[in-house]
Ligand binder design. Structure first.
Ligand code: BES
Ligand code: MN
Ligand code: ZN
Length: 520
């Protein structure tokens, strides 16, 4: 999807020969003398429209308006969440329209964050999964390829706009990989996607297989992978945007490409959704895609332990004890608590980067879905400053999270007579006890854990990946720029790319290619 930003007033928008024009109207709208103002004024007087949030009016072939279709959408006070909702509703109203391009125009001056929210909503609403569908099968929905965003004095929002477009590219990649069925997104294919990504500037990728993982002593990760015919992969991505010596932020994504539960087998209903159990990994890929776009002056490492969790004659059994890379022994009381087993070894591996912070991202517990639903991701942190930064990033990205506790008393249930720690406690506070397990392996650095079990995908008829928390993570990372120790070679930190010449700049969001050659 191609986005452009342009300073645009209603009089100019009226002359735009676009197939679809979407006009966002904020409370306090004062009509000018142009045709769009006249239409808005008439509709308000007739009681058919108001600037109240999510009010919609769709018309076709309006007088003195060059656009074929025009949709008016109220955005209330113009806050980013209201803009996002209004744009989503307007896109739904255009669902049957035969248009691959549109103009979205703010009727009044818009805050930069509101313009970012419009980009986010357009990108979200125009993504279609079609990788495993026959060509031409999907006749539903608007096939948007291009969008022009206009507002009076839009140039002031250029940096926000570029950030939103970069994030949209990453979110699209995360959704694409999370949506792919497990037989089209094996650990090997995920690793190939990471390697393809590493062709972009400033990115590198290293992939470890079963032999290297055994040499590292990752006994917990290996234990999960044992039951599957698919080979495990351990993916290491690096983005270098700052001086070599600058400590990186490390992101660790749970990459269970399918979670049957193993010998502790899950029930059949909705088991297909466990193809999304690599959404943490997909979000790491998406963040790196966005970094390649935004080029911040930062160092970031991405780690993905990827494997399937299957029942088999060779699979781990309840009661088995394994030795993790950290040396701690783990009694596996439930083979369905596999995420923490692959993550704990990746957390030990992260120590070698002497990181500024390590953040793991995982569809870790059903308990987190019960606690927070699909609205906020669960967030745990060993450090208040990191917790606050993640919280603020989530709010700014419209990808919110909520901090949950890590009191030592929650770790009681993980005690066992047969190993240093058990991989499960009882049912109470399941999201917290999972985090307490991980914390044992994250003592060497500042650490946070995002439980995205409720937010990474939607079920029901809207079934599909959301691409969360790519927005939260990118906002957090960009906020870290300059916060790092100054670079030894004195290079000034680069701002995320922005149109320096002040002209219209178009930024591409590449659609997922097929057949292993995927670049996004
Ligand atoms: N991948 C699941 C968590 C999950 C469940 C995510 C439902 C989204 C929806 C994870 O591996 C798991 O199975 N967790 C168990 C842990 C339990 C055995 C302690 C769970 O939540 O039931
Ligand atoms: Mn599981
Ligand atoms: Zn799982």
């Amino acid at each position: 999807m191609d986005f452009q930003l342009s300073s645009l007033r209603l009089a100019q928008a009226a002359a735009d020969k676009t197939p679809a024009l979407l006009v966002l109207v904020q409370q306090g709208f004062e009509p000018g003398g142009d045709a769009i103002s006249a239409l808005i004024g008439r509709a308000i007087d007739a009681g058919d429209f108001s600037a109240e949030a999510s009010k919609l009016l769709a018309s076709y072939g309006a007088v003195r308006i060059a656009a074929a279709r025009i949709v008016l959408a109220g955005i209330g006070d113009g806050s980013p969440p209201k803009v996002r909702k209004a744009v989503a509703a307007a896109l739904a109203a255009l669902k049957g329209a035969n248009a691959n391009t549109l103009t979205l125009c703010f009727a009044q001056a818009a805050a930069p964050a509101a313009i970012g929210a419009a980009v986010q909503a357009l990108a979200e609403g125009s993504y279609r999964y079609d990788t495993t569908k026959s060509p031409g099968e999907d006749k539903d929905g608007l096939k948007l390829k291009q969008a022009l965003i206009g507002a009076p004095e839009a140039e002031a929002a250029r940096a926000e706009f570029d950030r939103a477009v970069g994030i949209a590219t990453g979110v699209r990649m995360a959704r694409e990989w999370a949506n792919r069925p497990a037989n089209h997104a094996t650990p090997t294919l995920l690793a190939e996607a990471a390697q393809a990504l590493a062709k972009l500037p400033r990115l590198r990728c290293k992939v470890l297989g079963p032999k290297e993982v055994a040499e590292l002593g990752m006994g917990a990760f290996q234990a999960v992978a044992r039951g599957s015919a698919e080979e495990l992969r351990f993916i290491e991505l690096r983005y270098q945007g700052a001086a070599k010596g600058e400590a990186p932020v490390v992101l660790v994504g749970k990459g269970i490409t399918f979670d049957t539960g193993g010998i502790s087998l899950k029930p059949a209903p909705e088991m297909d959704e466990m193809k999304f159990d690599m959404s943490g990994a997909a979000s790491v890929l998406g963040v790196f895609r966005a970094l390649a776009e935004l080029k911040p002056a930062l160092n970031v490492v991405g780690l993905i332990p990827a494997c399937e969790n299957m029942p088999d004659g060779r699979a781990i059994k309840p009661g088995d004890v394994v030795t993790s890379m950290s040396g701690q022994t783990i009694e596996i009381l439930n083979t369905d608590a596999e995420g923490r087993l692959v993550l704990c070894d990746a957390l030990s591996y992260a120590e070698r980067f002497t990181p500024r912070a390590v953040i793991d991202i995982a569809t870790l517990t059903g308990a987190c879905v019960i606690a927070l639903g699909g609205v906020r991701s669960g967030m745990f942190a060993s450090d208040d400053a990191l917790a606050e930064a993640l919280h603020a990033a989530g709010e700014a990205a419209l990808d919110p999270c909520w901090r949950l506790p890590l009191d030592e008393d929650y770790a009681e249930g993980l005690k066992t007579n047969f190993a240093d720690v058990a991989n499960v406690a009882g049912r109470p506070a399941g999201a917290v006890t999972a985090a307490k397990f991980l914390q044992r392996f994250a003592k060497a650095y500042t650490w946070a854990h995002l439980d995205i079990a409720g937010t990474a995908w939607k079920g029901g008829t809207a079934k599909g990946a959301t691409g969360r928390p790519v927005g939260l993570l990118v906002h957090y990372l960009l906020g870290q720029m300059g916060a790092a120790a100054s670079s030894p070679d004195g290079e000034p930190p680069a701002k995320p790319s922005s149109g320096k010449d002040g002209k219209r700049k178009s930024t591409k969001v590449v659609k997922g290619a097929k057949g292993g050659k995927t670049r996004d």
